[in-house]
Design a binder for this molecule. Structure first.
Ligand SMILES: Nc1ncnc2c1ncn2[C@@H]1O[C@H](COP(=O)(O)OP(=O)(O)OP(=O)(O)O)[C@@H](O)[C@H]1O
Ligand SMILES: [Mg+2]
Length: 274
């Protein structure tokens, strides 16, 4: 299981997050961005955060540390905001915490350059887990101490919302045309050669074991949390071998990001970042 900490103070909501994550202090003196089990998105988004965040980390990508945050709903009683109070009241028990990166700024592809090799590894990983939430509209990447960090893996493995579709999802293409790193020219083939061999059954068993049992119980069609863990591992293992052949990198959608002028990027005319 993930390391466990106990929430000691709710500091403030993060209004830009759709699920109303909040900044929380814990008994290990850490400060965390917490996603709550009581949020409308449900506990499956937290399962996805753990499996995919920890998988990305083991593939060498930067992801803030994850912990399980034990919350006593009493913490919310003094909250002036009704919405926050309701959320905390509905979130007793374990929630997901992500190490808060102080001073991190939202990733902007026009202001920060990612090399094609690193972009390839990120796009390959996003294709493996079917991440639909790393577009130029909503990059879900932060820049911290000059390096890109991946956050928010709640909208991955969407097939787990409808298990009968999971087997077919193995063969589904991944449309990366609107991916925030598509304009960089991600080097997919070298990323696939380097990363696919790392995605072994042992590694997937290790990351699925980090998910707290309480988020895996009473799933219709599954007898136990371990059976469910196994099914996640099977699905990701099956996709890892040839997902690179299914990555589509077409032109961005019509309302795509505007071109940055050469004077801003320092690139010669005609090679502007999309
Ligand atoms: N570890 C972190 N350190 C610093 N800031 C963070 C961290 N995690 C998230 N944030 C900030 O909180 C915002 C919301 O986080 P996140 O995207 O994970 O939440 P969300 O509710 O899933 O959002 P959405 O679904 O709207 O993308 C981020 O855009 C970022 O500004
Ligand atoms: Mg987000």
């Amino acid at each position: 299981m993930l390391p466990e900490v106990i929430a000691t103070r709710y500091v403030t909501p993060l209004r830009e997050g759709g699920s109303l994550p909040g900044i929380v202090e814990a008994d290990d003196l850490g400060t965390y961005v917490v996603k709550f089990t009581g949020a409308g998105q449900g506990r499956k988004t937290l399962v996805a955060e753990v499996i995919c965040g920890e998988l990305a980390r083991r593939l060498g990508l930067r992801v803030p540390d994850l912990v399980a945050v034990e919350l006593d709903p009493v913490i919310g009683l003094g909250e002036p905001d009704q919405e926050v109070q309701e959320l905390l009241k509905a979130s007793g028990g374990l929630n997901l915490g992500m190490d808060y990166l102080p001073g991190a700024i939202g990733f902007d592809p026009l202001a920060y350059e990612v090399a094609p090799d690193e972009a390839g590894r990120i796009v390959w990983f996003d294709a493996l887990v079917n991440n639909v939430d790393r577009s130029w509209r909503n990059p879900n990447m932060l820049v911290w101490h000059g390096e890109p960090w991946l956050i928010d893996h709640g909208a991955t493995m969407i097939w787990h919302h409808n298990w009968p579709t999971a087997a077919g999802a193995v063969l589904k293409p991944y449309d990366a045309s609107d991916h925030v790193l598509a304009p960089v020219g991600p080097a997919i083939a070298p990323a696939a050669s380097a990363l696919a061999p790392l995605v072994t059954r042992e590694l997937l068993e290790e990351v699925t074991a980090l998910v707290p049992d309480v988020w895996l119980t009473e799933e219709p069609g599954f007898a136990s949390p371990d059976e469910l863990r196994q099914t996640y591992a099977d699905a990701l293992l099956a996709r890892s071998g040839n997902v690179h052949e299914r990555i589509v990198l077409g032109p961005p959608s019509a309302d795509g990001p505007s071109r940055a002028p050469g004077w801003l990027t320092g690139r010669p005319q005609g090679q502007e970042v999309r």
